[in-house]
Design a protein around this ligand. Structure first.
Ligand code: UGA
Length: 448
């Protein structure tokens, strides 16, 4: 099938590459000319395992093209994916300017029946809004042709995006059109049946992928409610971790014991300094905004955000207990990305922690295995080091904020000699407490 993917962010790029890999002809378009030029040479601007290899492979095969002209890409395709950004406005409401602009272009460019699929995470009711804008912008020529709208949310996780795209746990299709639903099933057939080259070369268990067919509004809500539920699970566990600290219980044993109940499950039960990233913070706020807009109380959602905002600063409170006055103390921070295996620092808890330490007068040195550039929101007073040992040399405290694998295999004997005071606060319960205490560190985790 001829597919056009508008927007080459995380979702768009991974979707386009995945569809090309399973045999479709894909044009990925973006108005960022520099990005398109570099993607056309096989250079992927994000750190995502396996993605660059697949881009190069499909560019070479000729079934993946990167282009700038959105109108032309729409005209050449039967299926149009909208994958543009929906950043939050200060109110929490998502900014739909990019979605509106693309919908307008689709309206102007129709030259045959097309299926317009929305994969961006958009407010409830957006499928109807897109339809209205397309209709309003159809001209004499484009109004000769029909179109259908589908909501098809994306559930991929950064750092595991390629795997999630090829081996999804479900595919959600929200549309009122039988014709569009059948076309979507055809589009995803190799994935639904787990019958494509990449799957056969992978050890992943090959089971048919469940397809959820529903209306567009329910489909949009499935996306928001899923992210909000996962964020709730984490905030809940963090609240239990805080109780553990008061009553001298161990959150690691508590979550293990809870997770063995299959109704609860063991995933997304890691206590720490809270969730961040480009999705949970934005989506929980957006769902809360919708709830309030429609007069439905968002009490749980608001509490989930509140617990998370509080949790980010646990490291600071623990550091104050340990060090007293923070002014002039040297703090080595390990981790800058919002989670491991990605270079994404959007809403990273690490940045909030670093900025607070700086505000309190500390000297802060940061090491991250991948992030080497200063994130925009981070105070420039911090030093980014290229070596973890440089970050903690002469430090009064090592604060681990992102659980990169590499951090558990550091040479802690060497670290103990390098630090001015051997204090570790492990904001992700990532390190081996017993070993570190035996080495003479003062170790503080979260809820253990
Ligand atoms: C999340 C969802 O997991 C995806 O299903 C969804 O498609 C995506 O948002 C999206 O809407 O695009 P992502 O933001 O990549 O994916 O990251 P997650 O792996 O979900 O982690 C989110 C945050 O929760 C991170 O800060 C992570 O450190 C934190 N977390 C996760 C915990 O604190 N504890 C856990 O047990 C799990």
């Amino acid at each position: 099938m001829k597919v056009c993917v508008i927007g080459t962010g995380y979702v768009g790029l991974v979707t386009g590459v995945c569809l090309a890999e399973i045999g479709h002809d894909v044009i990925c378009v973006d108005k960022d000319a520099k990005k398109i030029a570099s993607l056309g040479k096989g250079k992927v601007p994000i750190f995502e395992e396996g993605l660059e290899g697949l881009v190069k492979k499909n560019l070479k095969k000729g079934n993946l093209i990167f282009a700038e002209d959105v109108g032309s890409a729409i005209r050449q395709s039967d299926i149009i994916f909208i994958c543009v950004g929906t950043p939050p406005l200060p109110s929490g409401k998502p900014d739909l300017a990019a979605i509106d602009e693309v919908s307008k272009l689709v309206g102007e460019s129709l030259n045959g029946y097309k299926i317009i699929i929305n994969k961006s995470t958009v407010p409830i009711g957006s499928a109807k809004r897109i339809k209205k804008i397309i209709k309003e912008n159809q001209n004499d020529e484009s109004s000769k042709y029909g179109f259908d709208i589908v909501s098809n949310p994306e559930f991929l996780k950064e750092g595991e995006a390629v795997k999630d795209a090829f081996f999804p746990e479900r595919i959600v299709i929200g549309s009122g059109s039988k014709k569009a639903i059948e076309a979507m099933k055809k589009l995803y057939k190799p994935i639904i049946n787990q019958d494509f080259d990449y799957a056969s070369s992978n050890t992943h268990k090959k089971e048919k992928v469940p397809v959820v067919i529903t209306d567009s509004t329910s489909s949009e809500l499935i996306k928001y409610a899923s992210n909000a539920f996962l964020a709730t699970k984490i905030s809940f566990v963090n609240e239990i971790a805080n109780i553990c600290e008061r009553i001298d219980a161990n959150i690691l044993d508590v979550t293990y014991g809870m997770g063995l109940d299959s109704r609860i499950g063991s995933r997304f039960m890691k206590a720490g300094i809270g969730w961040g990233g480009s999705c949970f913070p934005k989506d929980v706020r957006a769902l809360g905004y919708t709830a309030e807009e429609y007069g439905s109380p968002a009490s749980i959602l608001n509490a989930v955000i509140q617990v998370n905002n509080h949790q980010r600063f646990k490291i600071i409170r623990k550091a104050m207990d340990l060090l007293g006055i923070i002014d002039d103390k040297i703090i080595g921070v390990l981790g800058l990305s919002f989670k491991p295996n990605t270079d994404d620092t959007r809403e990273s808890p690490s940045i909030a922690v670093i900025n607070k330490f700086l505000e309190l007068g500390a000297e802060v040195r940061v090491y991250d295995p991948i992030v080497k550039k200063y994130p925009e929101e981070m105070d420039k007073g911090a030093t980014i080091t290229s070596d973890p040992y440089k970050a903690i040399e002469n430090a009064d405290l090592m604060a681990l904020v992102t659980e990169w694998d590499e951090f558990s295999s550091l040479d802690f004997k060497k670290i103990k000699d390098l630090m001015a005071n051997p204090n570790i606060i492990d904001g992700r319960n990532h390190l081996n407490k017993k070993d570190l205490m035996e080495l003479g560190f003062s170790y503080i985790g979260i809820g253990n």
